[in-house]
Design a protein around this ligand. Sequence first.
Ligand code: NAD
Length: 287
Amino acid sequence: MTDKRLSGRVAVVTGAGGGLGRSHALELARHGAHVVVNDVVDPGQVVKEIVTLGGSATASHDGVDSWDGGAAIIATAVDTYGRIDIVVNNAGVLRDKSFGKLESDMVRDVMAVHLDGAFHVSKAAWPHLVKQGSGRIVMTSSGSGLYGNIGQANYGAAKMGLVGLMRVLALEGARSGIQVNAIAPLARSQMTEGVLPEEILERLSPEWVSPLVAWLASDECVDSGHIYSVAGGYYARVAVVEGPGIRFDHVPTLDELAEAHERLVAVEPFTEPKSLSDQVSLTAKRR
Ligand SMILES: NC(=O)c1ccc[n+]([C@@H]2O[C@H](COP(=O)([O-])OP(=O)(O)OC[C@H]3O[C@@H](n4cnc5c(N)ncnc54)[C@H](O)[C@@H]3O)[C@@H](O)[C@H]2O)c1
C-alpha cells in the first residue's frame, strides 16, 4: 500500500463483501483512503484483508435498500473518520426472468438495491460533499441496461436509471466540486458465475476494473457525467449521442418518414449533448 494519492480521503463502497466491491475497497485502501466496507453479507472479512495489508477500513452491515440504511452507511463513515469524500454505489442483486414471467417482487427487489440504493446512499452523502466543496460518486451501471440483455428487464432498467441519476448529479454537483461518473463493468463474480461463458470469465478478474474506480475517485480526475465500459484490461468511454437527423419545415407524413428512414437512423456524424439544454439548442438549430 505505497501509492497514497487518496490519502486522507474517506470512501464508502457498497456491496463490498465480495466480487467487484471487495476489489474496489482494496484498491481505494491501497491508495490511502479510509474505506467503509459495506455489505449485508460479511463485510468484516474484507476489512480484515485491508487492515492486514496495512490499510484503514471499517465494516458497515446496513442494507442500501432503504433511506435509513443509506443514512446509516454514510453515518458510519462520518462517525468513524469525520468525513465522506467518495461513494461507490456497487451493491447489487439479480432476479432474472423473461419479461412475460417477471413478477412484481423481482422488479421491486432489483430496483430497491441498484437504483433506490444509489439514491439512498448518495443522498445521505450529498450535503457533506456540497458543504466541503468536493466529492466523487461512482455508479455501477451495466451493458445490460446500456445495450439490453434477454431476461434482465428489471436489472437493465435499474442500470440505465443509474445513468440518468449520474447525469443529473454530475450537472447539479459541478458547482460544488462534485464529480459523478458511471462504470459498466464485466468481471468474474458470484453474479456472473454460470451466466457468462468460462472462456470469457477466466480473463475477467475484478482487479482489472478497480483502478478505473480509484482514478474516478481521485482529485486528478476532472471527468464528470461519463460512462466507462471496463473489463479485463479494456477501458472505453461510452457516450449517448444524437445523429445528424433530418429536418422538415412541415409536420411529415408517415410516407415522408419512411422515405427518410436511412437518414433517420443514421448516427454519424454525431453530436454528444451534455445536458437537456444542449439537446434543446440542438433541436432549435435544426429548424
Ligand atoms: N460482474 C459483472 O460482470 C457485472 C457486470 C455489470 C454490472 N455489475 C454490477 O457490479 C456490481 C457488483 O457486482 P458483482 O459482480 O461483484 O456481484 P456480487 O454479487 O459479488 O456483489 C454484489 C454485492 O452486493 C451485496 N448486496 C446485495 N444487496 C445489498 C444491500 N441491500 N445492501 C448492501 N449490499 C448488498 C451482496 O451481498 C454482494 O456482496 C453490481 O451492481 C452489479 O450489478 C457486475
